[in-house]
Design a protein around this ligand. Structure first.
Ligand SMILES: *Cc1c(COP(=O)(O)O)cnc(C)c1O
Length: 372
């Protein structure tokens, strides 16, 4: 089946008593044993497993081409559970432009538990190789990246990691499995903040890990999930599954809108630079053409001038909601340097846009008036 069909069929209910076309929400925290004291459906207690979570995990594994998935209460809970499966002394390579929470978890939580990490430029395989140490265990990737929308070559970097015996994890939040499937390109694990495109409506937090193979690592993380309890609730799983049903049409339209906005902005007199992997001027364009089916719906724009000019443009916009996060049906805009604080390396004149499903003409008109 094609991904569009899989997104629908993998979220279709398989087990219910009423022939419902949409899955019921199983709020029950506990599950009855039969007279022989067996668990007829395999569910014991909701922290260990729940029908809504099982269905979402099945859908995520199917869409990413993995054997197994685990759904967590947030993207950060998924990342945290992955790092908890490592051993003290292990070393992790993390992109210098990763989602801020990933290195923040390593720095604030896991260095105290004996993990070490180095930041790398994930678009430069030579620099990745130079940063590998005897104790390096994991190459963490995130492509396209935040906020410069840089593209790392998944095939090349995952192959490099394999020659050194490293695990490769790809945070696929910005692309989604409808755009790229890291497990097909050699990665071992995919991480998602399902809060973003997969659920798609800015109304539910969630995260996931998807595994190419079921092995000791996936078993260990399943154990951490069950014992640690950072699981997604039945309703959150249900909402995320509902979002997945329309992922294909949303991502195609949002990506088409983003491509038009990027082209418009690139030639605008008030714009210094546009970062979007669908533009031939983008450094990652060739790799994006090779590994992404669409360039996605995230772009960044550097307005001519400094922070003041960028913020002024943002303030004039009517249809781009000033809020953090991304991946919902509504367009959002954010001045990243303000959000990231004084240590930010993000250019002061940069605005990050999550392009939504509004009509392209309305979005273009709004940007035209705001850029003046
Ligand atoms: C939002 C985000 C996360 C964190 O996910 P939460 O659901 O907010 O915990 C991780 N990685 C990327 C790329 C994100 O955009």
């Amino acid at each position: 089946m094609k991904p569009e069909t899989l997104a629908l069929r993998s979220t279709h209910p398989t087990d219910n008593n009423a022939s419902a076309v949409v899955a019921p929400i199983y709020l029950s925290t506990t599950f009855e044993r039969n007279q022989n004291y067996e668990l007829p459906h395999g569910f014991l207690y909701s922290r260990a497993g729940n029908p809504n979570r099982q269905q979402l995990e099945h859908a995520l594994a199917t869409l990413e081409g993995g054997t197994e998935a685990m759904a967590f209460a947030s993207g950060q809970a998924a990342t945290m559970s992955f790092f908890q499966a490592l051993n003290p002394g292990d070393h992790v390579l993390v992109p210098d432009d990763a989602y801020y929470g990933t290195p923040a978890l390593l720095q604030e939580v896991f260095t105290r538990w004996g993990l070490t990490f180095s930041k790398i430029d994930s678009t430069d395989p030579g620099k990745i190789e130079a940063a590998i140490r005897p104790e390096t265990k994991v190459l963490w990737l995130e492509t396209p990246s935040n906020p410069l929308v840089k593209v790392a070559d998944l095939t090349v970097t995952a192959a490099l990691a394999k020659t050194y015996g490293l695990l490769t994890v790809c945070d696929n939040t910005w692309a989604t499995p409808l755009i790229q499937r890291p497990l097909d390109l050699g990665c071992d694990v995919v991480m998602h903040s399902t809060t973003k495109y997969l659920s798609g409506h800015s109304d539910v937090l969630g995260g996931a890990l998807i595994f190419k193979e079921s092995n000791e690592l996936s078993g260990r993380i399943r154990q951490i999930q069950t014992l640690g309890g950072a699981v997604a609730s039945p309703f959150d799983c249900w909402l995320t599954s509902r979002g997945i049903k329309t992922l294909a049409v949303r991502i195609k339209q949002q990506s088409a809108n983003a491509a038009q906005l990027a082209t418009f902005l690139e030639t605008h007199a008030a714009v210094e630079r546009v970062h979007y992997p669908g533009l031939p001027s983008h450094a990652g364009y060739e790799i994006a053409q090779k590994q992404m089916k669409l360039p996605g719906a995230m772009l960044s724009v550097q307005v001519k001038g400094g922070a003041a000019e960028a913020i002024q443009c943002m303030q004039k916009l009517q249809l781009f909601t000033r809020a953090t996060s991304l991946g919902g049906v509504e367009s959002l805009i954010e001045h990243r340097a303000s959000v990231e604080g004084p240590d930010s390396l993000t250019p002061a004149n940069l605005l990050r846009i999550s392009v939504g499903l509004e009509h392209i003409d309305d979005l273009l008109n709004d940007l035209t008036q705001a850029l003046g």
